[in-house]
Write a protein that binds this ligand. Sequence first.
Ligand SMILES: Nc1ncnc2c1ncn2[C@@H]1O[C@H](COP(=O)(O)OP(=O)(O)OP(=O)(O)O)[C@@H](O)[C@H]1O
Ligand SMILES: [Mg+2]
Length: 275
Amino acid sequence: LGSKLGKIIVVTSGKGGVGKTTSSAAIGAEMALYGKKTVIIDFDIGLRNLDLVMGCERRVIFDFINVINGDASLNQALIRDRRISNLYILAASQTKDKNALKQSSVEKVLAQLKKEFDYIVCDSPAGIEHGAFMSLYFADEAIIVTNPEISSVRDSDRVIGILNSKSQRAENNQEIKKHLLISRYDPQRVRKGDMLSINDIVDILAIPLIGVVPESSIVLKSSNQGVPITLDKSNSAVKTSYKKIVARMLGITEQKEKWTDKLMKSMGLVRDFVS
Ligand SMILES: Nc1ncnc2c1ncn2[C@@H]1O[C@H](COP(=O)(O)OP(=O)(O)OP(=O)(O)O)[C@@H](O)[C@H]1O
Ligand SMILES: [Mg+2]
């Protein structure tokens, strides 16, 4: 067993379809590029989406629920990314039983992962039901993905409330670090008044902004190919945004970012980039 003390980061939103899975994949992959041993967990029981976005759907034999039920060991269920060492995913199960994520079992699995990984990225399902709650309950930090529209901001506000009152850290009177990630931002639509501005959203949610990801068709293209956007060969604005977000989360300055990137590559931590 490892002796790390991994950090659990939940990617959450309340509202569905705002970019949680896209963000989990992009952020997890980028963390691994920095040499951080990272696992991304799909908490979206019944839907299973992360493995598609990561391009490993054909390699799923055992999943999170199998581990929880003791039908498989963690090592059997963890899927190692073929492009980057240090990156793993734990797929969701296609079971219909939404309550399969028993709290004590989730806690046990996460405790085991904390010893082996630097970062555990939890991709939350939509809504605020059991699965979403399980994905955030044990989190040390939260990335709240919000689109520039009222319904998304309202749901994010509810999730922030839950993080502040019902998470394990909240119950222990500890602060849970929160980052606002505004996604699918379209400046033209903001100018026309069809969408909320960055300032509006930050004012309403009142948590620190970690980054803004623009609306772009490149996201769908790369997820159809099973490539997290940060591993995409082309240098899109979306990729740049996610890279900056991770650099900020890791507390890395722009200059340092470049030399660490080089170092990781020279150490062979970056295997091959498929785009
Ligand atoms: N920046 C973006 N620009 C354009 N499309 C995007 C962007 N981010 C995500 N999308 C698209 O939005 C859709 C939903 O994205 P994603 O699956 O990441 O959201 P989600 O929050 O995980 O959804 P769910 O709540 O269903 O789990 C996908 O079709 C994805 O390609
Ligand atoms: Mg999702």
